[in-house]
Design a protein around this ligand. Structure first.
Ligand SMILES: [Ca+2]
Length: 243
């Protein structure tokens, strides 16, 4: 019996005492680890906190480094929304976009031979100082007017004028030249200016820009011609404010 028990117990006895010992070791190890963690928690906790804190800071660093280029790009992003500040400069308005008409036009025998448009209003915007508009009134040109219509609304700031018939010195002196003129802008506002008696270009500044699609030049006074009482002038150009 004893031997049987011993023999029977051997195969099973090897297993059961060893498995019991293994389970006991695992339990002991787990309990010991738990106890160690519990005992050293005051020491381990700051380490755990610092590890957590580090993991929180790390994501914020890239965020901060990304925010720097963003802040640099902000002016570029906001600039287009503030574009009304784009500066306007004085520019010559294309005469191809201007139409001219006048109260009258010289149509004497000499001009008739030269062609119906020889003294037409358009001669003041053909960019040729040797051609001119000449009024066809009975007097020296006072009371006459010439009007310019633009293809669009422009901010008219000034005009440049050759105030007489600049084909030659003699022709310039023989005909009347612009002296005192009034510019009407079509909205009730007007500007009066006295011009210099010169055959060269002169600029008449309006002291501000007038938003208009037309301007009418009224002749208030002339420099008298040495030979003729006809008012004539060769050229006008328009300066507007544009981007
Ligand atoms: Ca001309």
């Amino acid at each position: 019996m004893v031997a049987d028990l011993t023999n029977n117990a051997d195969p099973a006895g090897h297993a059961s005492p060893r498995s019991g010992t293994g389970a006991g070791l695992i339990i002991t190890a787990v309990v010991s680890l738990a106890v160690l963690v519990w005992l050293f928690w005051p020491i381990l906790r700051p380490m755990a906190d610092s590890a957590n804190a580090h993991s929180i800071i790390e994501p914020t660093n890239p965020a901060q480094t990304q925010s720097q280029p963003d802040s640099k790009q902000q002016p570029a992003k906001t600039t287009p929304t503030e574009t009304p500040a784009r500066p306007q400069t004085r520019q010559l308005y294309p005469v191809a976009n201007v139409r001219a008409e006048a109260a009258s036009q010289l149509t004497d025998n000499q001009s008739a031979r030269r062609g119906a448009d020889y003294y037409a209003p358009v001669r003041t915007i053909d960019q040729n100082p040797a051609t001119a508009w000449s009024e066809g009134g009975s007097g020296d040109g006072v009371g006459e007017w010439i009007r310019y219509r633009f293809a669009e609304q422009i901010n008219l700031a000034a005009v440049r004028i050759i105030a007489g018939y600049a084909k030659s010195d003699v022709i310039f002196r023989n005909n009347c030249r612009l002296k005192r003129v009034r510019f009407d802008f079509g909205d009730g506002r007007s500007v009066e200016r006295t011009l210099t008696d010169t055959q060269q270009w002169q600029e008449i500044d309006f002291g501000g820009a007038f938003s208009t699609d037309q301007v009418t030049l009224h002749i208030l006074e002339v420099y008298p011609g040495a030979k003729y009482d006809d008012l004539a002038f060769s050229e006008i150009a328009f300066i507007h404010l544009a981007e």
